[in-house]
Design a protein around this ligand. Structure first.
Ligand code: CP
Ligand code: NVA
Length: 326
């Protein structure tokens, strides 16, 4: 291997080359096979991992904890109510304290600048478990799931439908443009990705021969695709925008009609989760129109969302092993 990821942060996939991303994906696949075969290499024996959460989480938190236990590390959950972080103590000081005690730090929270500040001062690898801007460990699990179902990433026709400015959309834009996919962001123009990120993605795409298209036209966006992906219409912290997003994105709900428009019987449906799909949650009771996908699609044979959720463990494990050990 002509490179080492040891000591490297993961704040976004922008700072990872296609070869490094490919390495992480192949390592994830290997670690998944090992786990299924009952092989526990304990690559992280003796390591201590801090998990800072400003926002709630099911998958990311559990994936880090399970990956740590599988590999022999200790994970410490630090909820924002439990620590001084940003209130009585600066992010910079917290970074320097945790960096003296832990071997790696995961951060999930609001401002992307916070995870950058942690990385600047911790002296140990810092991994972004979601900020308002990016969700890179999610994109790795998404790409891994595409490889499992489609055998490759190059040229895969991938429609991301919905909020084109979400952290998930942003990270897919980077991942897809680095790895040579044919990505269509299908959304209203006001929710197309920010210009600067798009410019960077186009630069990556020029290297990888990825295709990046933005369209408000559903027929054009999903025609012939291998993958249809969506995320919630209002992300954590955007609760006040829900009514507006329903108005904007209602036509972009992923339903069976949209799946059929792909014209591909083998099309798969992906979603980072959590999802509103005609299920009874507090939010969906208050806003019954909030569903970004119908139950029919979510529960259909096209849906691979639980494989994708499981792959959060294998990809997060690969990130920790690669940045702490190799
Ligand atoms: N996909 C994802 O990040 O899920 P959680 O918010 O449950 O961690
Ligand atoms: N865009 C969503 C992703 C959740 C995993 C959010 O930030 O809430």
């Amino acid at each position: 291997m002509p490179f080492s990821l040891r000591g490297k942060h993961l704040l976004t996939l922008k700072s990872y080359s296609p070869e490094e991303i490919e390495f992480l994906l192949q390592l994830s696949i290997k670690l998944k096979q090992d786990k299924y075969a009952g092989i526990r290499a304990k690559n992280l024996e003796g390591k201590n991992i801090a998990l800072i959460f400003e926002k709630p989480s099911t998958r990311t938190r559990c994936a880090f904890v399970v990956a740590c236990v599988d590999e022999g590390a200790h994970a410490e959950y630090l909820g924002i109510q439990d620590i001084q972080f940003g209130k009585k103590e600066t992010v910079k000081d917290t970074a320097r304290v945790l960096g003296r005690m832990f071997d790696g730090i995961q951060f999930r929270g609001f401002k992307h600048e916070t995870v950058e500040e942690l990385a600047r001062y911790a002296g140990v690898p810092v991994w972004n478990g979601l900020t308002d801007k990016f969700h890179p460990t999610q994109a790795l699990a998404d790409l891994m799931t595409v490889i499992e179902y489609k055998g490759t990433l190059k040229g895969i026709r991938f429609a991301y439908v919905g909020d084109g400015r979400s952290n998930v959309a942003n990270s897919l834009l980077i991942g897809a443009s680095k790895m040579g996919l044919d990505l269509r962001i299908v959304s209203v123009e006001s929710l197309f990705p920010e210009k600067e990120l798009l410019r960077q993605a186009q630069e990556f795409a020029a290297e990888s021969r990825a295709k990046i298209a933005l369209t408000a036209d559903i027929d054009e966006g999903v025609k012939g695709v291998d993958v249809i992906y969506t995320d919630v219409w209002a992300s954590m912290g955007e609760e006040s925008k829900i009514a507006d997003r329903i108005k904007l994105l209602k036509p972009y709900q992923v339903n069976m009609k949209m799946v059929e428009k792909s014209g591909n019987p083998e099309v798969i449906f992906l979603h980072c989760l959590p999802s509103f799909h005609n299920t009874d949650t507090d939010t969906s009771r208050k806003n019954p129109d909030i569903c970004e996908v119908t139950d029919e699609v979510f529960e259909s044979k096209h849906s691979k969302v639980f494989d994708q959720a499981e792959n959060r463990v294998h990809t997060i494990k690969a990130v920790m092993v690669a940045t702490l050990c190799r």
